[in-house]
Design a protein around this ligand. Structure first.
Ligand code: XMP
Length: 522
């Protein structure tokens, strides 16, 4: 394991991502982590960048024991200043903002350990700079191994020890050879094996789940038909069989035939012990007359918790009656970005966010949380899904919000409005798939607008509703660009929706990016 200590840089999670891509397992912890409390012995340490200036009062610092562990250390940007501060003797810092591309020229040192660090790196190479502080002189006992036009000490290495500091950010894709450098550090210098693969993860995780749950324990978890909950459910099924109880809540605002399809895939094809709670009428009843988006979300969120909790109690009573023991665990499909979000160093007042949305169960039923995906990024979850024989269309499914079609029917959510949005969405997605565009798009859906417009059909004047089509490309769903949908595809979609969906006489395409728009309409 490589340990990444996070000083709060916006890029910290990317370091983790890049190291994993090199096949090396790593964990990110806040920079305030005490080395004596570590639960593992790292083979190397990476110190991240930071929004702080190292000279700020209250700037974060690492436990100095980091430097006594005797393992290789790489400091990136602020991490470099932190190394200089601890080992560099009198280092002077200058504050000069630098942001953007720079050419890094290497200065290889004959017979020096840094040769393995710089291996296969071309010179010059384009790197990405984003910093305030920079070194005015190299730290004492360090040699300069790379420079740019504006940073004379852009890359330095200790003269004897495997300690490196770089001013630029190898983790961002703008640093074109950054992955080589990170790979050299974790494999060439730290001597980690490139053995972090999803198949090794499966074996390890199945074992961990079995040990945790024990020979008789039972687990309950909600599934939605999305990739995360499905992968988590399949892992549980493989680990403990029918002692994993999956619950699918039909909230009445899922996609066309979705409930039946999820049931077929999860229960019939993947053999998961699934209960479907049909609560469509309950949800739609409570949504009656409600138009405010936040109220819709609250109603759906709270009703979901209520239904899921009631279902959990029923299953618990049933398993006890059968002498199978109580439900002891609650499965959640938490991913690593959520974990990072909750543990990242956020400055003096670190906030811890809790991620369980069915928190009541943890208390009333005294359930313990089990999160088999908490070490994984989304693309790792997809790779895992494929290895677990989950069908491709499920593994690559676009995300779907918990409040479902209710936030895609603007205005009041009635069964007939939901039906219109569903039919239009189904045509839209079908045509995107036929055109081979589904995987290029990160998320696409049809929304039903709460307005009417005039049209003409045959000799008849019509006065009907409007469908808006949304399609975006996004890395992390925090920002998104609208997708440049080919005109011929749009034309087919529009024709089909207007002809096949009763109540719609106009189709619009959304050309807004996030920000300032959001991906969903509500
Ligand atoms: P926005 O609309 O905020 O959406 O740009 C970003 C991503 O989050 C999804 N989303 C939700 N997912 N519950 C969810 O599980 C929600 O309440 C919710 N609201 C938005 C949205 O579909 C997009 O992928």
């Amino acid at each position: 394991t490589v340990l990444i200590l996070d000083f709060g840089s916006q890029y910290s999670h990317l370091i983790t991502r890049r190291v994993r891509e090199a096949g090396v397992y790593c964990e990110l912890l806040p920079c305030t982590q005490k080395i004596a409390d570590l639960k593992f012995k790292p083979k190397g340490i990476i110190l991240s960048g930071s929004p702080f200036s190292i000279t700020d009062e209250g700037a974060p610092h690492v436990d100095p024991a980091v430097f006594d562990l005797g393992v290789p250390i790489l400091g990136i940007c602020y991490g470099l200043q932190e190394i200089a501060r601890n080992l560099g003797g009198e280092t002077s810092l200058a504050v000069k903002r630098e942001y953007g591309h720079a050419e890094l020229h290497l200065h290889p040192q004959e017979g020096h350990h840094s040769a393995a660090f710089l291996k296969d790196l071309p010179s010059p190479t384009n790197v990405w700079m984003s910093h305030g502080d920079h070194l005015e002189s190299p730290p004492q006992d360090f040699v300069v191994i790379g420079s740019t036009a504006t940073s004379e000490y852009a890359a330095v290495a200790h003269k004897d020890r495997p300690i490196y500091g770089i001013q630029f950010h190898p983790e961002v894709t703008h640093s074109v050879d950054g992955t080589i450098l990170l790979r050299n550090f974790v494999i060439g210098i730290c001597k980690c094996d490139a053995s972090w693969t999803m198949s090794s993860f499966i074996d390890k995780e199945l074992e961990r789940i079995r040990t945790l749950v024990g020979p008789t324990g039972s687990v309950i978890g909600a599934v939605s038909g999305g990739v995360d909950s499905t992968v988590a459910a399949v892992l549980m099924k493989r680990a403990i069989g029918d002692r994993f109880h999956a619950v699918l809540v039909d909230n009445g605002v899922m996609r066309l035939n979705e409930c039946a399809q999820v049931k077929k895939t999860l229960a019939d094809n993947l053999g998961i012990n699934l209960t479907v709670a049909d609560a469509a009428d309950l949800f739609l009843g409570r949504l009656k007359g409600v138009t405010d988006p936040e109220r819709k979300r609250k109603i759906i969120g709270n009703t979901f918790i209520e239904v899921f909790e009631a279902e959990s109690h029923k299953i618990d009573a049933m398993t006890r009656e059968r002498g199978e023991g109580a439900i002891e665990w609650l499965l959640q499909g938490t991913l690593y970005p959520d974990v990072i979000e909750s543990i990242s160093f956020k400055g003096p007042s670190a906030t811890i966010k809790s991620h369980h949305n069915v928190g009541g169960l943890l208390e009333d039923m005294r359930l313990k949380l089990i999160e088999p995906l908490r070490e994984l990024f989304k693309d790792e979850v997809r790779a895992l899904g494929t290895l677990l024989d989950i069908p491709d269309d499920l593994v690559w499914r676009h995300p779907f919000p918990g409040p479902g079609i209710a936030i895609r029917v603007l205005g009041e959510v009635t069964p007939s409005q939901v039906e219109i949005a569903r039919l239009a969405d189904n045509i839209y997605i079908e045509e995107i798939k036929k055109a081979g565009l589904y995987r290029q798009i990160s998320q696409a859906y049809a929304a039903l607008l709460p307005v009417r417009s005039v049209g003409v059909m045959g000799d008849q004047r019509t006065y009907e509703q409007v469908i808006a089509l949304r399609a975006v490309e996004s890395q992390d769903f925090m920002t998104a660009d609208w997708f440049q949908m080919p005109y011929d595809v749009l034309k087919r979609i529009s024709n089909r929706i207007i002809n096949e969906v009763k109540g719609v006489n106009r189709v619009l395409y959304d050309v807004s990016s996030k920000p300032p728009s959001t991906i969903e309409f509500e």
